[in-house]
Design a protein around this ligand. Structure first.
Ligand code: R5P
Length: 315
């Protein structure tokens, strides 16, 4: 494809390579390093003048370094006269800081949106933003893809009917309802309260899970508190098989221990964030599904000025 160049930051090179493979073009030359004082050094080794450049960088932990790396590389591309720069952010870190829900707190999702535009990004391509309204923090086009086709194809392959879709908190009800409509199944909702950044309490279930196969859906598994507590609750209420699906496996802090100990039969996440061999070894019930074709196809369509939303016609 003439003029198309795909580059990768350091946060998720394996996914960037799979995306490039789907597109049939090699990753562009980009050397990113750390100066001895911790500052980031970036050098683009390919000519990008007049190119349609796509830079793949998940802003997963360590989020601050990955955000800075993304901003600095976008700046380098703008100064090297790329015609259009699309920040491809499979996992958009800081998305959970999207509102001022108490006094004297920042709206960091808006701050990083401002920074990205100031650095020179012309478009954003992302996946399952924690909140759709974050698109409105940008005055440039944002394509927010959904991993639902990838995750649900995996679940359909497991033949679990009849299913009850469970939302582990009120924030995920819409997502669970979409899956329930697509996969067929009832809906149940858990009443969750967050008590700290890493701890939650799950109190009640609205709906019936007794004797049912349960599929719990979330956008992010971070410390695993939400999912572990919710699975314990549905288990206590007599659920049969308990499956979990989430787009972004951040899996930080006590997540692996919590998920390993929780009454979960199977967990599926995508590769928006790299999952180490060590985590896969400690969590054999975890499946990691690639979103490379989804992201690659979206890049292809953006480059050719074709519809991206028609990728989700059946959803
Ligand atoms: C919350 O609104 C999100 O959808 C996730 O449920 C939450 O971010 C997961 O965090 P943790 O795994 O730390 O409970």
């Amino acid at each position: 494809m003439t003029g198309l160049r795909v580059f990768s930051g350091r946060s998720n090179r394996p996914l960037a390579e799979r995306v490039a493979q789907y597109l049939g073009c090699p990753l562009g030359g980009l050397a990113i390093d750390d100066f001895p004082d911790g500052e980031t050094s970036v050098k683009i080794s390919d000519d990008v003048r007049g190119c349609d450049a796509f830079l793949v960088q998940s802003t997963c932990p360590p989020a601050n370094s990955h955000w800075m790396e993304l901003l600095i590389t976008v700046d380098a591309m703008r100064r090297a006269s790329a015609k259009r720069i699309t920040a491809v952010i499979p996992y958009f870190g800081y998305a959970r800081q999207d509102r001022k829900d108490e006094g004297r707190v920042p709206i960091t999702a808006k701050l990083v949106a401002n920074l990205l535009t100031t650095a020179g990004a012309n478009r954003v391509l992302t996946l399952d933003l924690h909140a759709h309204q974050i698109q409105g923090f940008f005055d440039i086009p944002v394509d927010n893809l959904s991993a639902e086709p990838v995750l649900s194809a995996h679940i359909q392959g497991l033949n679990l009917h009849p299913l009850t879709l469970v939302s582990p908190d009120v924030g995920n009800v819409k997502r669970a309802r979409i899956y329930a409509n697509h996969l067929g199944g009832d809906l149940a909702i858990i009443d969750k309260r967050r008590t700290s950044g890493s701890d939650v309490q799950s109190y009640n279930i609205i709906g019936d899970v007794s004797g049912k196969n349960v599929l719990m859906v979330d956008d992010i598994i971070a410390t695993g508190g939400t999912i572990a507590k919710a699975c314990e609750l549905v288990h206590k209420h007599g659920a049969r098989r308990i499956m979990v699906m989430a787009t972004h496996g951040v899996l930080c802090g006590p997540a692996v221990e919590r998920l390993a100990a929780a009454p979960i039969d199977h967990i599926a996440v995508t590769d928006t964030i790299p999952i180490s061999d060590e985590v896969r070894r400690r969590l054999p019930k975890l499946a990691v599904l690639s979103v490379n074709e989804l992201m690659g196809e979206a890049i292809r369509r953006i480059h050719r000025n074709e519809s991206v939303s028609s990728l989700f016609m059946n959803w």
